[in-house]
Write a protein of this length. Sequence first.
Lengths: 170, 559
Amino acid sequence: MVASEVLLSGQSLPGKAPVAGFTDDDRALLDEIGDTIIPQTDIPGAKAVKIGAFMTLMVTDCYNDRQHAAFAEGLRRINDACSAKYGTAFMGSTPAQRTELCNALDVEQRAYGLKKAKGDPAHYFRMMKELTVLGYYSSEIGCTQAVKFVEVPGAYHGDYPYKKGDRAWF
Amino acid sequence: MTDQNYDAIVVGSGISGGWAAKELTESGLKVLLLERGENIEHITGYVNALKAPWEIPHRDRITNKIREERAVLTRDGFMHEANASWWCKDAESPYVEKRPFSWFRGYHVGGRSLMWGRQSYRWNPFDYEANLKEGVGVDWPIRYEDMAPWYDHAESWAGISGSLEGMAQLPDGKFLPPMELNVVEKDVAARIKAHYSDSRRLIIGRVANLTEPHNGRINCQYRNKCDLGCPFGAYFSTQSSTLPAAVKTGNLTLRPFSIVTRVVYDKDTKKATGVEVLDADTRQTYQFSSKIVFLCASTLNTAWVLMNSATDVWPDGLGSSSGELGHNVMDHHFRAGASGDVEGFEDRYVFGRRANGFYIPRFRNLFGDKRDYTRGFGYQGSADRKGWSRDIAELGIGAPMKDALCEPGHWSIGMGAFGEVLPNHDNKISLSKERKDKWGLPVLVMDCDIGPNERRMRKDMANDAAEMLEAAGVKNVQTHDDSYSLGQGIHEMGTARMGRDPKTSVVNGNNQVWDATNVFVTDGACMTSTSCVNPSLTYMAMTARAANFAVGALKKGEV
C-alpha cells in the first residue's frame, strides 16, 4: 500500500514544532512535480486536481516534524538535482527533462527505502509520489475519470466480468 | 421528583445496553438509559456517511490533531479521519498502562455498536464446557442449551446474514440469506475443503448486515462505509435497531452526558437503590433510583463502576467479595496470519463493496486434533484485486504508471486469526490512586498480558494460514505476526465473571451480582472465558436472557 506507508509510520507528536509554512511558489512547484508523476493523458493529470495544495495540506496536517522537514528539504533538493543535471531549476526544465529526472529520483527513493533505518523519514520523492497518487485517485477527477466510484452499489457480485482496459473501482 | 424514579436503570447504550433497554421496556418497565457521551441521532447524526472520498479533507488519513487527542487509537487501523470523532479522546479519559494495553472506546449513544466489525457467531457447546474439562478458571454456570433460544431471539431481531453449515464448532442460527464469496474465495474454499477432507472450511462471514429488508430496516447497499453510520440502517446498531424499539414502547428515557459514578447500595437490604450520575456537561451530580440496575457500560467501565460502588462495605467495591472483581481480563489475540498472490482470474472482478469477508471456523484441538496449547482460533480474511494504491516498481512514474493504476491489479488473498485468550487471575485492572480524568474521576490501571498458551497458539495462527493458502495454490505466501497487546482485539472480556460460587465469581448464572442481586452485569465483563469467535452476538443473547429473568423475578418479588 504505497499511499499509506509514510502516513502510518509517523510517531506520535505532541506539540509539533511550527515549521515555516509552504508558499504559493512551493505549491506551484509541487503542481509541476505532481503533474510529472501523473501527467495529463486522455484524462486530466495531477495538476488539474491542485495536487500542490493537497500535498502541502497533508504534510502540514499529518506529517510529523522529521517527515515535514524531509519533505520541505526535498523541494530544495529536487531543484538542486535538476540544476546539476540540466542547468535549470525544475520550473524551467522541459517535460522530457522532468520525466527523466523523476524516474531517476524514483529509482533513488526505492534504493533508499531498502536501506533506511526504521523510523527515519522516507525519501522526499517517495513522499511526493505517495501524496500525488493518494491525492489524485481520491479526487473527484480521479474517482470519476481515472477509476470508477459508485456511491450506492446496491448489490454485490463476486464474479463480475472484466476485460483489459476496464477501469478499476475506487 | 417522580422523574428520578424508574423500574430499571441501564448503564451504557452500546450493544448490550441497547438490548437491555429494548427487552426491559418491551416488558412494560419504565427504563432510564444512561449514556456518558453525546447523543448521535440515527441517520442525521451520520455526518460523513454520504460524503464522497474527495469530500474528506485528508482523504481519511489521520491528522496530527486527531493523533494528539486519540494517540491510543493510532495503534491500529480502526480509526480514520471520517469517523475519528466517534472514538474516545484518550487525552480526556486517560488510563495507566502498567503493562501495554490498548483501549478503544466509543463514548456516545450507541457506543461501539456504531463502529463495530459486525461479525456475529454463536459460541459452540464445547466453549461453555472447556473451563470445567480443563480445570481453567471457573466453570460457566450455563451451557449452550441455556443460550440457544436467546441466540435465536437475538439473531431474529438483529438480522444476521450467514450460511447454514452444520458444523458442530460453529452452530447455525436464524440467518438471513448469506452474502456471497467472490470467485477467488470460492476457488480457495473448494481447494481447502478437498485438501483437508472437509475438516476445515472457508465460509462467508456471518455478519449483522441485512441481506434483505428486515423489521422495517433496509438491506445492505454494499457501500462498505458501516463505521460512519448507515443511512439505510442496514447493519445492527443501537440506533438502527434496539433504541427505536425501546422508544416505541413509550417506556424509555434516554439521558446522554450521564457518567455513572457509582451504584448506590443499601447495606440493610443488601440491594442497589439506584445510581449516582455526574453530568458530563454541567458537572452536576444527580441520583436516580430504580428496582434493578443493568450494568452495560462496556467491560472495563462496568468493572470501574462496580469498583467505585459500596466502598464503605467492601473497599474494593461492589462485587469484590470474591476477590475476582477486576481480574481475569481477556480479549481475542490477533494480528497473526498469512497472505499471498493469486494467479489467474484476470477476466474476473467484483461489483459492489462487500462489508464482510470470509471466515474459517476453528479446527484446532477439536475432533481428535491435539496441539501443545489449549483452545483455538478462527480466521477472517478476504480476496480482492489490488487497487490504485499498489506499488508498481517497474513502471516508475508518468503515464505508464498512471494508466496501470487506472486498472485493477492482480488478485491477492489474506487472512488473520482471532485466538482465544485464557482467563488468568493475574490479568487485572484497578483504580489509580493518583491519576484522574477530565472529570476528576479515578482512572483505570491496566496490568495484563497474554501468556504462554496464547504465544504457542500464535505460531499455528500464522503457519496454519500459510499452509492452507499454499494448499489452495496461492503464490508468494508470507506469514505475519505483528505484535499484539491485550485490548487491541477490541473484544475486552472478564473482570466480573460469571460462576457457580460467590467465593470465586462476581455474578451468578443469571448475571446477578452475588453481593447485590438486583444489579445485573450483561456486557463483556461477565464473560468467564472467551471462545475464539467475536463476542457481540453472545452479549446480545446474554442480555436478553438476563432481562427476561429480571422481569420475571421482579414480578415474583424476588429481586
